[in-house]
Design a protein around this ligand. Sequence first.
Ligand SMILES: Nc1ncnc2c1ncn2[C@@H]1O[C@H](COP(=O)(O)OP(=O)(O)OP(=O)(O)O)[C@@H](O)[C@H]1O
Ligand SMILES: [Mg+2]
Length: 510
Amino acid sequence: MKAKGLSPEGEQKHAALLTNSAAVQAIVAAVEGTMGPKGLDTMLVDRFGEVVITSAGVTILEKMQVTHPAARMLIKVAKAQQEEIGDGTTTATLMAGTLIAEGVNHVVRGVPVARVIEGMRIGIQRALESLQRRSRPIDSLDSPLLERVAYISGREHADIAALVVRAARLIGSEKLKERSFKLADTIRAEAGVGNEVFMGVIVSKGRLNKQMPPFVTDARILVLDDALEPEGIEEEALATESGFKKYLELQADFQGYVRKIVDLGVTVCLLDRGMHDLAEEMLTDAGVLVISRVASHELQKVCDHTGAKAVKRTALRRSREELSRCLGEAHECYEDESLRQVRFLGGVGKPMATVAVGAATAEIVGERERIAKDAASSLQAAVRGGYVPGGGAVEIALAKDVERQRDLTKGMAAYGVDCVIAALRRSLAQIVQNAGFNPLEKVEDVSALQLSLGSDSVAINCDTGEAADMLALGVVDPTLVKLHAIKAAGEVALAILRIDTIIKMTDIEG
Ligand SMILES: Nc1ncnc2c1ncn2[C@@H]1O[C@H](COP(=O)(O)OP(=O)(O)OP(=O)(O)O)[C@@H](O)[C@H]1O
Ligand SMILES: [Mg+2]
């Protein structure tokens, strides 16, 4: 009889775990250098020479060509973190990487996977509870903390932070707390434009022709989720007398519909598709500003902001009263010719802000936009769920809380709890390492200092390498970003460890 740990199945089992862990570590290695204020950017180049410069973990992971299933799972986590909460993808990836590496170490040393998983669950649960307890609320949008949150997650771009805060204040906290509203969706970056925030939305198309007015005040807006063309008639039918008569009738009907648009007092008309020449002529004569072939998400924004209800062209048959209820209103609507876009300001529907982030060159437009979106998401997360000390400080405090839990955990599950402690310490370690200091030394220093001061906000000032209070430095993170990061890291680590067990079970059976 073979000893359990030395059987070929056992070795193979470890080999599989080690392969998965190695694949995950390769992903971690791709993003760890970007973490924190001294993190560096990564330049991604595709085979056509197209360049993306970024320090956003999720962007790097999205663009990497990865085939290993375990590595892909990790990338999925970063994407989910980005979609759910908009920031903290590097933190989540690093934590997951540490959980997996540590977990696999214990398993290789003979701790059963089930015990490691059990302990990880306990540790993560504890970390999440103590994070909630340590969260501080943001009482009002006037709080200077908002600017700090936006500044920290916006990689210390003060101009972007200020823009995003202005947008948040214009929009108001009620709207920011709505689950379906994403402040990050209001961000647009463009090359060569100045920074700007305004209450309104942009359609990135110009007016249909130059005879139409570029500027309309007190606009009455019709949104057609359709083309504005007469109903078609079959070629063959057109050759018959009755068919031709029908054609003329349809043309007359169509003219009637277009006239109805004018009579209703519509001054701006947006279409999802194209417009018939006849309609263009009539609407131009009537001084209506028409924008055709507008992207559907932009049509939706205009509808939301101006209170318009998008209709199909068949709706033009409805009575005037009925139709006029579908019109939207905006205080001002004007075309910026150089940018080929039309802006709608002061709509009577939902308040919406657009944050236009200028960038000098096309290459950095994308990165400026990502930074502004990170800042906006974080700010919104902080309004919703409060904030905690940043710079890896709160994670060290959580690690301490989880250590206490470890002492209460019986048997080998304690090794699983250890993995969580290591993962929580990883944030500070990486931030410090990227700033050029010794992570082992600094993590120990900070842990000891937090304990002696009874504080959860001590970490390292990345400029000096000295211990410092993150709240005093204004380094804060939204609680929800951290909460999601820990949860997501835990889920993927458990999934990867568990899947390996299942693979081995089938192998053994076969
Ligand atoms: N000036 C600073 N001093 C110390 N820590 C900082 C400072 N600025 C930011 N940090 C910390 O850096 C961490 C965030 O780093 P980073 O933005 O690179 O990664 P992420 O948010 O996890 O991922 P990503 O932004 O790529 O989605 C947070 O813990 C934050 O508190
Ligand atoms: Mg970030």
